[in-house]
Design a protein around this ligand. Structure first.
Ligand code: MN
Length: 403
């Protein structure tokens, strides 16, 4: 129990303690931890000698602390728990608690590289049916390796950053028509979960599933904004490019791997059995319950536990060729979709490529996003001791195109 008053059903209790970067009027950006409806200012705590790492926490990004490695993460988490549960520390710690409503939450880390996977069997099957109605929905490689691509790190934005509708080449009308240039007519979301690397790895040395906790700092929510018309035309044969690279949004709180240990569940059975480098000796499904809201109305509730490829398998695959990790590398899961319509993680699936418009709770209809629409993805997970872990939310509003 913490001496701080935290709502019983708050997902930001003592078992969570996610890290973020915040700014108050007139102060520099600094690292904080969410507790209840407050942010605990770690730069302030370090300045008062209550935690180690003033340099990390005053730097305005999590990268320094993430690079410090697992021993530092574990020690800091234990120290914060002590400070927040020992009543004798209350007078010393209280001055460093700020109401979350008084701060601006920034992008929590500098993104080094960005990889996006395609790990949901339900999403990959639906997308295959939509884009290749004649063929098998899953391509032959899909159950042998976690399919992915390298995305654009420089356009990963903080939650709340407005999203300008991208322009590009797209086909309007019959499929044999010449492409035209203009704003995307099929702007979409992808509800995803990402993990971020802290400890770098050695070039030429793959990172095994067993070493996941040594390298990965934590998890965030990701919205991989997508222009489906641009994507469909440009993506043959090399895959996602400008239809994805204009913007990706991440949630402000990085939930430590340790906070999600109680959410680990057995993932879906894998058939065929993956090659040895992709085998994990622990269950790494994660029981994260996502919800997608458009203009405040709930439209879908995807379950992350249904993902076919797990995070440690993704990390092992991304490094099996010897590609090394850098602090700040972001790995997103791919769209999280389930077997029912209520669990689909993007409008492409929810509206079947626009052919079955979605009725929003306010009665409006959508095939794809319109200017002014706000999309929010949020998630919770079971935490230790019967608690709930809140992953917070990632949100963004569509602005008109500039072309
Ligand atoms: Mn994606």
């Amino acid at each position: 129990m913490t001496w701080l008053e935290v709502d019983e059903d708050s997902g930001f209790g003592i078992e969570n303690l996610p890290y973020g970067v915040f700014r108050r009027d007139g102060t520099d950006a600094r690292v904080g931890v969410a507790i209840g409806d407050r942010v605990l200012d770690l730069a302030g705590l370090a300045g008062a000698g209550l935690v180690e790492g003033r340099g990390w926490f005053a730097s305005g990004t999590l990268n320094g602390f993430m690079a410090a490695g697992r021993a530092a993460w574990t020690a800091n988490r234990a120290r914060l728990r002590d400070l927040l549960t020992d009543p004798a520390q209350r007078a010393a710690v209280s001055p460093h608690l700020v109401p979350v409503t008084d701060v601006e939450l920034l992008r929590p880390f500098e993104v080094a590289d960005y990889v996006d996977f395609y790990a949901s069997e339900h999403h990959a099957t639906n997308a295959g049916r939509i884009f290749r109605p004649q063929g098998e929905p899953l391509l032959p490689n899909w159950k042998h390796l976690p399919v992915g691509y390298h995305g654009r790190a420089g356009t990963v934005y903080a939650s709340g950053t407005p999203i300008v509708r991208p322009c590009g080449q797209r086909k309007v009308g019959p499929s044999d028509a010449a492409p035209s240039f203009g704003p995307t007519l099929r702007l979409d979301i992808e509800a995803e979960v990402g993990f971020v690397a802290g400890t770098p790895s050695t070039p030429g040395r793959p990172v095994t599933p067993r070493a996941f906790r040594d390298h990965v700092f934590g998890f965030v929510l990701v919205n991989d904004w997508s222009a489906r018309d641009i994507q469909a035309w440009e993506g043959q044969p090399l895959g996602p490019f400008l239809g994805k690279s204009f913007a990706t949004s991440v949630s402000p709180w990085v939930v430590p791997v340790a906070a999600l240990e109680a959410a680990r569940v057995t993932p879906p059975a894998q058939d065929p059995v993956p090659l040895p480098y992709l085998r994990a000796d622990e269950p790494w499904g994660l029981d994260l319950r996502l919800e997608i809201l458009i203009n405040g109305g709930s439209v879908s509730r995807p379950r992350f536990e249904r993902m076919y490829w797990t995070a440690p398998q993704q990390l092992a695959h991304a490094t099996v060729n010897g590609a090394s990790l850098r602090t700040g590398d972001l790995f997103a899961s791919g769209t999280v979709s389930g077997p029912t319509k209520e669990e689909r993680g993007c409008l492409l699936e929810l509206t079947w490529n626009g052919t079955e418009p979605l009725e929003l709770p306010d009665g409006a209809k959508r095939a794809f996003l319109e200017d002014g629409d706000t999309v929010t993805i949020r998630a919770t997970a079971p935490g230790a001791n019967g608690t709930t872990i809140d992953l917070g939310e990632v949100t963004g509003t569509i602005r008109p195109a500039n072309c």
